[in-house]
Design a binder for this molecule. Sequence first.
Ligand code: AMP
Length: 411
Amino acid sequence: MELRSVRGTHDILGKDIVKYNIIKKIVSNYANLRSFSEIQTPIFEFSNLFLKPLGEQSDVVLKEMYTFEDRNKELLTLRPEYTTPMIRSAITNNLFEDLPIKLFGIGPMFRRERPQKGRYRQFNQINFEVFGSDDYLADLELITLANDILKSVLPNSKFNLKINTLGKRKNLIEYKAKLSKYFDDNKNKLSNESREKIKSNPLRILDSKNNEDIELSKNSPSIIDFIDNEDKVHFEELKKGLRLNSINFEENFRLVRGLDYYCKTVFEFKTDNLGSQDTLIGGGRYDGLIAKLGGPDIPGLGWAAGIERILLLMEDIDTKNNKIHLAITNENLKNHLIKLINFLNLNNLPFYWNYKYNLKKSLAKANSKKVSNVIIIGEDEHKNDFYTVKKLSTGQQIKVNLDDIKETLND
Ligand code: AMP
């Protein structure tokens, strides 16, 4: 049998896992500074958690969920996104007694999409969510946080923030009806794929990558004509706040998001350097969703960033190799080696030994790994109870007792 990984999945190793862990550390640090608590929910949930809230006509629910029947006939789904599991967790753990709630999580999501660069079937997301505030300052806080994290992990990349408001759900429903009619009247100019969405999900046509659809969308009705005054003010205040925070943005009245639960503010951070999978972060408000899932009737908002897309843009980290390599000339000197390893362990000194009793090979390895220090154990070292520290940059060899090793390594 030929061994291979499942299509759309990938291993993260080598330099990428180093970068992955750096991203996680930066994210946790920001979360801590701004008082978001970490949460980890199970990889799978009951399918019902996703079906309605994400939209029965959304691409995710229609064709991308990994759903299976458990042995007791219950339908389970590998989580395709993190907002609904976080709400489920807040409900089942009684977190709603103390509002607002600020949560973040990092972990794998699963969607059966067509794999390509930047698009996988198992991918990792960073998610930040706020439950219980309709203040535009909550929108501002989350967008600012996304901006700060992106700038911190990708200091040399350019990205563009696009924002829009979808208004209240009832306004959005009116808008969808108008949009459906517009596309229906012009359906001969639409791609086949979009034609199927005229009734079920006209918002997604605005998101199409097909040139004819894009042309037709340019003259479609605009959401801004359907928004009430309260939501207009909310959006205007948010924009003022972004300017105060010196965050550049572009308004795009045709920006929509793939999942049904969004309303009011929506936003995306995009890059010009990733081809078609160019959205690094997407998010927005989902007022009404928490109540729909059985929680209190409070607003919510959040965003998700794709770690793999950030990895594709992240520059290589120049990791300094601070390992001390050990080199031993023959097997009879094991006791002297054990003593050394014990000492290094007790002092938390990072070291590497290749389990070989061959000075030449060990030194060659140390050279190739560009380390600074090799500790050599030979007959003389064993007999007279000392160790030789070899400085690879100069070739200098220093004879030391165990107690003096630490100092010599630092020189
Ligand atoms: P969404 O949950 O669809 O709003 O996506 C939020 C972010 O997750 C996107 O902006 C991407 O960075 C990332 N993302 C979504 N789907 C995938 C995927 N199939 N593969 C890799 N990253 C993804």
